[in-house]
Design a binder for this molecule. Structure first.
Ligand SMILES: [Fe+2]
Length: 190
């Protein structure tokens, strides 16, 4: 079963801080190209029919890069909400334990993402011992390869924000953390 491009979980003009123009390129062109290219590189190999997660954990090179980018983009778009979402109690307690407060987490997350050099992703992850951490990855990197469970990610490739924010990555991140879909994060925490 080939991978397919998922629809965005909101209208392209619904977010406010990310424009329809950005989403036309980011979802319809970049994300689609990663999905299509992952299918191309998986076809006829031992990875054909495997899940993106299985490919991410085992593949290298162009198949890893495209499968990880396909997974990362779906996860990123699902983590954004057009409307403010309250932080569910269990997640709130976990963030307070790890970072002191929800606001301290969003500050630290945005700061880490602002300092993530070059193209990559910044993640909130759950470690094997249940603790929550912020990690940066470069290019297509995904924490699943390190045995970490992703809870949230932000795309800091320039294609994610350049049309709307140009070089002002910190401004994009300030707006991103105000639009986190905390219900999605809480579901991933389980
Ligand atoms: Fe992207």
């Amino acid at each position: 079963m080939a991978f397919t491009l998922p629809d965005l979980p909101y209208a392209k003009n619904a977010l406010g801080f990310i424009s329809e123009n950005t989403l036309n390129f980011h979802h319809d062109k970049h994300f689609k190209a990663y999905v299509d290219t992952a299918n191309k590189f998986a076809a006829g190999t031992e990875f054909e029919g495997k899940s993106l997660e299985e490919i991410i954990k085992k593949a290298k090179g162009p198949l890893f890069n495209n499968a990880a980018q396909a997974w990362n983009h779906g996860f990123y778009f699902d983590g954004i909400s057009p409307k403010a979402v309250a932080v569910p109690a269990k997640l709130k307690a976990a963030l307070e334990k790890a970072f002191g407060s929800v606001e301290k987490f969003t500050d630290e997350f945005a700061k880490s993402a602002a300092g993530n050099f070059g193209s990559g992703w910044t993640w909130l992850v759950e470690d094997k011992d249940g603790s929550l951490k912020i990690v940066n990855t470069s290019n297509a990197g995904n924490p699943l390869t390190d045995g970490l469970k992703p809870l949230l990610t932000v795309d800091v490739w320039e294609h994610a924000y350049y049309l709307d924010y140009q070089n002002r990555r910190p401004d994009y991140l300030k707006d991103f953390v105000a639009h986190i879909n905390w219900d999605f994060v809480a579901r991933n925490l389980g």
